[in-house]
Each structure stands twice: as C-alpha cells, then as structure tokens.
Design a binder for this molecule. Structure first.
Ligand code: ATP
Length: 233
C-alpha cells in the first residue's frame, strides 16, 4: 500500500501545558476514506491542522508522500476546517472565484457540478445560507481541488439527518478515488457506511486503527457500537 500521510511520534502541547496529541504514530495509505473518530477535545482538529501545515508539532515528524509538511505539501492537501473559510459578504460566485484565484488545482467545472448537486445557486449570498447549506458550500470548495489528501473537519457537524445524507452522497459521488480523504466526526452512526478505515483518538492518543471490514469481522460490531464501547464514560 502506498504511504500518503505519515505521523512519526508526534506530540502537540499548547500553551498553558495542555497536551492535545501525545506521541502519535500513524500511517495513512492512498485511495482510502478514513474516519478520524473521537469525542470532543480528543485531538482531531489538532491532528488535521498539523497535517495541513497550519500548526507546528511540539515534537515528532509529519510527512506527506515522503515530503515534510510545509509549503510543498500545502499544494497537495485540501483542508476543510470546522469554521468557514469564506466571508459573509460574499456571494457563492465570489467564493468560487476566490478559490480559483488562490488554488491552481481548483476545478471550476467540478465546483459548478457539485453546487448543482447541492442545490446551491452561484447568485446566493453566503450570509443567507443556512448552516447546512453553508457546510455543503465549504465541502464543495474543498473537494473541487485536485488534491492528493483531503481532510474534512466535522463536515456534518451542525446539520439535520437529511442534509447529512446529502453531504455523504456528495462526498462519495465527487471524491477522487486515487486520493485519500480523512473525515473527523463524533457522529459515527450516520457516516460509517462510507469509511474504509477508522482511527479512534482519545485524549490525544490513537487507541485503534483498523479497516472497517476487520472491525465487523473480528468483533462482530458496527463501528458505532465499537466507538460507544471504547469511549464510554
Ligand atoms: N489553541 C489552543 N490553545 C490551547 N488548547 C487548545 C487549543 N486548541 C485546542 N486545544 C485543546 O487541545 C485539546 C484537543 O483539541 P482539538 O480541538 O484538537 O480536539 P477535537 O477532537 O477536534 O475536539 P472537538 O470535537 O470538540 O472539535 C483540547 O483539550 C482543547 O481544549
């Protein structure tokens, strides 16, 4: 299996001494959809921001396709943070133009196809979009780049079950199968159908990394059941 993302003994300690990642080592291969699963505050966003080059680890090394995370890897990683990257004054068409200017690998045709699938009009004002529609827009912008690694931080966080279904359908429909996609969430039951592998992260430590098929075969459980067992308080 091609190694795409490699975390080698990575720790992150924020100011005031809070350890968000503790000695994390993890390899993610190409062509997979991976669920990064953990409860609030477990370190999911920190993991993604480090892989996206937005945060420096306190110790350890992170590489993407063998290249240390930095300017060179930013062009092959598309990250959808848990807060919108767009501005409220923009129309959807402004956001598309902004991404097109900013990212050489942005595929405008794909963005238009996705917007149509998502029932979003280019003329819509971003400030007038509901939370769910805004998540659909952010997802469209992130997936319309031709990246090697996509990371979506809580893409279905604030939306109702119907909108969740639509967002998951869009991910499966528009995801480029040669790349990998890491999705962080704690809404495991709604989303597990699209995962090839899952990573459980608890208190900044990886407590499980396995193929979904193995979890079902070895433990006779769904990922959601396994998640509830591991994270029971
Ligand atoms: N900028 C920061 N400064 C100090 N501590 C932080 C900062 N960002 C995150 N933390 C802490 O690091 C830990 C991990 O946070 P992180 O946001 O990575 O978790 P998460 O799994 O994404 O959580 P959630 O599901 O709630 O978004 C938490 O204890 C959090 O309080």
């Amino acid at each position: 299996m091609d190694q795409l993302l490699q975390f080698d003994h990575v720790s992150k300690v924020y100011m005031r001494g809070r350890t968000a990642l503790n000695n994390v080592s993890l390899n993610i291969g190409s062509g997979k959809i991976i669920g990064l699963l953990g409860t609030n505050g477990s370190g999911k966003s920190t993991f993604m921001k480090i892989a996206a080059g937005l945060l420096q680890p306190s110790s350890g090394h992170v590489t993407i396709s063998g290249t240390p995370v930095g300017l060179d890897t930013k062009s092959i990683v598309s990250f959808m943070p848990d807060r919108p990257l767009t501005e409220a004054w923009m129309k959807v068409s402004d956001a598309v133009a902004f991404f097109q200017d900013f990212y050489q690998d942005f595929d405008v045709q794909k963005a238009h196809n996705m917007l149509e699938f998502m029932n979003i009009q280019l003329n819509d004002r971003i400030s007038a979009l509901s939370k769910g529609m805004n998540e659909r827009l952010q997802l469209t912008l992130a997936l319309s780049r031709n990246a090697r690694l996509y990371m979506l931080d809580e893409p279905i966080g604030g939306v109702d079950p119907v909108a969740r279904g639509k967002i998951l359908d869009a991910i499966v429909e528009f995801y480029n199968e040669d790349s990998s996609l890491i999705i962080s969430t704690h809404l495991v039951r709604d989303i597990e159908r699209i995962f090839d592998e899952v990573v459980f992260i608890r208190n900044g430590e990886i407590v499980l990394h396995d193929e979904v098929e193995n979890i079902r075969m070895k433990h006779g459980k769904s990922v959601d059941e396994m998640f509830k067992g591991v994270f029971a308080e």
